[in-house]
Design a protein. Sequence first.
Length: 442
Amino acid sequence: MNLLNYSASNSKKKIFILSIPVFFSNLAVPLAGIIDTGLMGNLGEAKFLAATSIAVSVMTMIIWSFGFLRMGTVGIVSQLLAKSDYREIVRTLLRSFIIAIVLAVVIILFKPILINLTKDFFSTSIETQELIKTYISVRLFSIPAEFTIYILVGFYLAIQKTNISSLLIIILSTLNIVFSSFFVLSLKLDVFGVVLGTLIANYITAIIFTLFTYNFIIKKFEIIPKLEKLIIPSKFIKLFTINFDIFLRTVTLTFSFLWVTYLGSKLGEDFLAVNAILMQFIILAAFFLDAYAFSTEGIIGFAVGKKNKKSFLLAVTNSIQLSFFTALIISIIYLIFFKQIINIITDVDVLRFISYKHAIWIIIIPPVASFCYQLDGIFIGASQTQDMRNAMLIAVASFVITSIYLIKYFDNHGLWLSLLFFMLFRSLTLNYFFKNIVKKFK
């Protein structure tokens, strides 16, 4: 049965072609964030941007911490696909959905505690605190839909249907932009409008693509999803072990970005707002470069499943080279258009002035970070999750220590210098553990 025309090709051309739809989908994600930032940055007061920055950072830490729902799905499904075990692929998806629902309910129940912790952690005005509370209270209820989307994206990346996963993200981001802009610009709902747009967009997208995936599985796999042989303890333990390692890795990663927001808040709301703007550039570059990582994950998993070392090493080399040269192009674009983009995002003069002074970091970071982004995809595809976890723990610990020292002497520039070092720490630690993936081919 010529099911998916799955290719284990690992040439630069193959990786690039697979990455094209992911480029556009990944561009849509930070674009939605930039639009939200722009909507808040043009309301005339820094408190709206500061509140959104903190609330989004908190929610990002929570939601991205469960990114294993995507990453774990990619590694497991791509390796099962190499063995043509389609029924187990479907069962893996269903088990992931069960885990996602349980986790979402638990997180929502912890809403009061989360809001209080956020209030105690950040030094802001009472008005800003109320805006933060509004955002978090609404965004929490979008988590079931967001977790569902994680699993669906992971599934399509694993089977190299990047066009479908990309369409999903593009629709999600487009709906987010449309609804948020309408609620803020037309209904004047400021922070509530931004988060309401996010919630509605997530549920519409999740419902549409869940139905689509059900029909896709029936047509392509010739299997009707059923609950039989689903609750098998050993399968859940394996899934939990892989996912828990990725969870610890991701929660420490998202903590590092929350740490940036925290240190920025200690410098004042102007710096907090500026860092929120500047982070959009980093996120934009990261999502764009992650297109190569996402596309490579399925190829890596397939090569590991087939025990094809030559295919694996070629995929690693070609994807890293593509990622680095693309990062250089992004940096050149930032160099040319940085001020124009800043002027669009915010109309507050003091925020513009401070942002101009930090342009150097936005230009330098993407090429340095390109290596760790791509190595992440390689480790995910190989399901080498324990080493991913250990590498991230070391890198984040080094980042926190470095940031505390550098911010003391160089203020906000010290914070951004430490972020640059953090990207370097991530690459070095992952490179150290890379040999453990190679051992799988012996």
